[in-house]
Design a protein around this ligand. Structure first.
Ligand code: ADP
Ligand code: MG
Length: 263
């Protein structure tokens, strides 16, 4: 079976005033199979976010020079790097959803959370307003937001960080994407809330069969969640392994150092 997503030799260079500024991603390749959780791990600045933004077609402006391919399985398969803007917009949400570190950056501050969820349902799943409202309530309950009827009318700033992250996961799930990309979704949260959000993601993957790319600088997160792991260093994959193999016997000194640094 073809992988759901195949990233092949992806490179992203940022150029300023005609001069190369930084090679953010340097020949990265990895696969994601249906329903599996794949970790992208490495320290700050190693190219995790740029990789995920390239997959989503969300890299800023004209400056990045992108090469390689990002094949999304389908009939026919598509290369997300060569898709038109209209084509990409269609894929976002329906095929690939994304959850960012700071939920405020992706929630609309002037639209109640419930409306944002129902909009996702009417747009991506073709539901009428009544069905969308019922499904929005079910989703809010599912992601563990108490008092969902009231929360339907809440604005993002009226919710805590953990609640906002749950709401964002509800929106991502409203679209039933085949692949969810979570970029440091728990980094900005308290430790207990972090554990709850990770548990929620774990349950959702098991229930829905959505594949997940889990981006984190924290190997502890990987230990609890990922089936396979790619370790990034300075824009390159320096090690890839099944989770158990990674912790049992890391092959790259950088990975070994990361494992030793887990408290
Ligand atoms: P992280 O692994 O922490 O998510 P990033 O993917 O955000 O790292 O960044 C990788 C590298 O690309 C860093 O050196 C960063 O400074 C650089 N970078 C990211 N975005 C831009 C941009 N828009 N313009 C120039 N350089 C960028
Ligand atoms: Mg990042």
């Amino acid at each position: 079976m073809n992988p759901l997503l195949s990233v092949q030799d992806l490179s992203v260079r940022f150029v300023r005033r005609g001069e190369l500024e930084v090679v953010a991603v340097d020949g990265v390749s990895f696969d994601v199979r249906q329903g599996e959780v794949v970790g992208l791990v490495g320290e700050s600045g190693c190219g995790k976010s740029v990789t995920s933004l390239a997959i989503m077609g969300l890299l800023p402006g004209r400056t990045p020079r992108v090469s390689g391919s990002v094949l999304l399985d389908g009939d026919p398969p598509v290369d997300l790097l060569t898709l038109s803007d209209a084509g990409l917009r269609q894929r976002r949400g329906r095929d690939i959803g994304m959850v960012f570190q700071d939920p405020l950056s992706s929630l609309n501050p002037v639209v109640p959370v419930g409306v944002q969820i129902t909009e996702a349902l009417t747009r991506h799943r073709g539901m009428d307003r009544k069905a969308a409202r019922d499904e929005a309530l079910t989703l809010l309950e599912r992601v563990g937001i108490p008092d969902p009827v009231r929360r339907l009318r809440s604005y993002p700033h009226q919710m805590s960080g953990g609640m906002r992250q749950r709401a964002l996961i509800a929106i991502a799930l409203a679209c039933r994407p085949r692949l969810l990309i979570a970029d440091e979704p728990t980094t900005a949260l308290d430790v207990t809330i972090q554990a709850q959000i990770l548990e929620l993601l774990r349950e959702l993957v098991a229930e829905t069969g959505t594949a997940l790319i889990m981006i984190t600088h924290d190997l502890g997160v990987v230990a609890g969640l990922c089936d396979r792991v790619n370790v990034l260093y300075a824009g390159r994959v320096v090690e890839r392994a099944e989770r158990h193999a990674l912790f049992a016997g890391p092959r790259h000194p950088y990975t070994a150092g990361l494992i030793r640094s887990i408290p």
